[in-house]
Each structure stands twice: as structure tokens, then as C-alpha cells.
Design a protein around this ligand. Structure first.
Ligand SMILES: CC(C)(COP(=O)(O)OP(=O)(O)OC[C@H]1O[C@@H](n2cnc3c(N)ncnc32)[C@H](O)[C@@H]1OP(=O)(O)O)[C@@H](O)C(=O)NCCC(=O)NCCS
Length: 175
């Protein structure tokens, strides 16, 4: 049985290993460490961090952090960015990534967040309600393939009138 729960003190090493193994490199694992480190000193650096646990083992992790969307007139809307999402290679394709994403989306919705952004696999995220961001006039500050940069309104009309350039927390730069 899989349990999805908020990350707790003591989970750090397991979360690091899940990210490192899933991505096959340390960049995303190091990103999570850097965000967590700043979150200890500053509120609002991490919106939500969830783990998937099976038989006492952490086998998945998802992190959400604040992003800004700045329009041409300089108006700024705060949204949430999904990522990284990682499932241990020996546990993939069992629905764990989906459970982490769906639970996270529901918790963010309950908390009143209105817009969720993701940069990721265009075949994976639409199943959760994401759609390409470009037709909404929402772009990332870095050029990426249109279909990989996606957005979802967490409440009806949540994207109405929202356009502009998305910026993630500085720790994401270069990852
Ligand atoms: C992507 C990832 C989180 C999915 O987690 P998971 O637990 O295996 O996913 P689920 O079991 O919920 O869903 C499986 C579905 O995802 C699809 N999927 C898995 N990895 C995929 C990928 N890299 N690209 C596209 N689709 C992918 C599978 O085809 C499967 O689709 P199906 O249900 O139509 O057969 C996991 O494969 C992973 O950690 N990958 C490495 C890290 C990564 O790429 N993270 C996402 C960054 S955007």
C-alpha cells in the first residue's frame, strides 16, 4: 500500500536518493536540498513537499514552489510550480507519480492556490489537467518546447486575464 504524506524532518536523505536515482544525476536532488535550506530561513520558498511511502520506504517525492507570472505592464501574479517529481526506478509505472501529483493538486486547491505550472513530459502531465501554457500567453523566461511548458487552473476562471513570463525560484536556474 502506498501512503502519500507531507515530507518530515528525517526524510531528507531518502528524498535525495529517490531524486538522484529517478533522474540519474544529482541536479534535481541538489535543487531540493537548496530549496529546503532556504526554506528554513525564509517563509514561502517551498509550497508543498510530499513523499510516497511503501512498507516504510520512501519511493517517490514531489515538490511545489512559488513562481511569479509577470505581464507586460509589470503586474505580477503568484502561482505554484510543480517539480521535481521523482519515483524510484524500481517502483515506476505503478501509479505512484500519479498519486503524488493528484494529491498535491488537491491539497493546493484546498489551500486556495489558483494556478499550477509545470515544465515536463508532454505525454504525462495532460492526464492531470495540464494544457500547454503558450496559448494562454504564458511563457517561461527560458525558451523551451511549447508542449513541455504547461499550466492548469486550480479553480474555474483561475487563468482568466493571466499572461506573462514565468519565473521560478532562483535555485532552479541551470537545473
Ligand atoms: C515521470 C515519473 C515521475 C512517472 O512516475 P510513475 O510513478 O512511473 O508514473 P505513473 O505510474 O503514475 O504513470 C505511468 C505513466 O506515465 C508514463 N510515463 C512514465 N515516464 C514517462 C516519461 N518519461 N515520459 C512520458 N510518459 C511517462 C508511462 O508511460 C505511463 O503511462 P500509461 O499509464 O499511459 O502507461 C517517473 O517515471 C520518474 O521519476 N521519471 C524520472 C524523473 C522524471 O522524468 N520526472 C519528471 C520530470 S518532468
Amino acid at each position: 500500500m502506498i501512503t502519500i504524506r507531507q515530507e518530515q524532518v528525517g526524510d531528507e536523505t531518502a528524498v535525495y536518493h529517490v531524486n538522484e536515482a529517478a533522474f540519474g544525476r544529482a541536479a534535481e536532488a541538489d535543487l531540493v536540498v537548496a530549496l529546503r535550506r532556504r526554506a528554513l530561513k525564509q517563509r514561502g520558498v517551498v509550497t508543498l513537499s510530499l513523499v510516497a511511502e511503501r512498507a516504510g520506504e520512501i519511493v517517490g517525492h514531489i515538490l511545489f514552489s512559488p513562481v511569479t507570472i509577470t505581464d507586460e505592464a509589470g503586474g505580477v501574479v503568484t502561482a505554484v510550480g510543480l517539480g521535481p517529481l521523482a519515483v524510484s526506478p524500481h517502483c515506476q509505472r505503478e501509479g505512484i507519480g500519479s498519486q503524488l501529483t493528484q494529491t498535491g493538486v488537491e491539497m493546493l486547491r484546498q489551500a486556495g492556490h489558483e494556478i499550477l505550472i509545470v515544465l515536463g513530459h508532454p505525454e504525462y502531465y495532460p492526464r492531470f489537467g495540464f494544457a500547454p501554457a503558450n496559448p494562454f500567453g504564458i511563457r517561461w523566461e527560458i525558451e523551451v518546447p511549447d508542449e513541455a511548458f504547461m499550466v492548469m487552473a486550480l479553480k474555474p476562471g483561475g487563468l482568466d486575464g493571466v499572461t506573462g513570463i514565468v519565473r521560478y525560484q532562483p535555485e532552479f536556474t541551470g537545473v
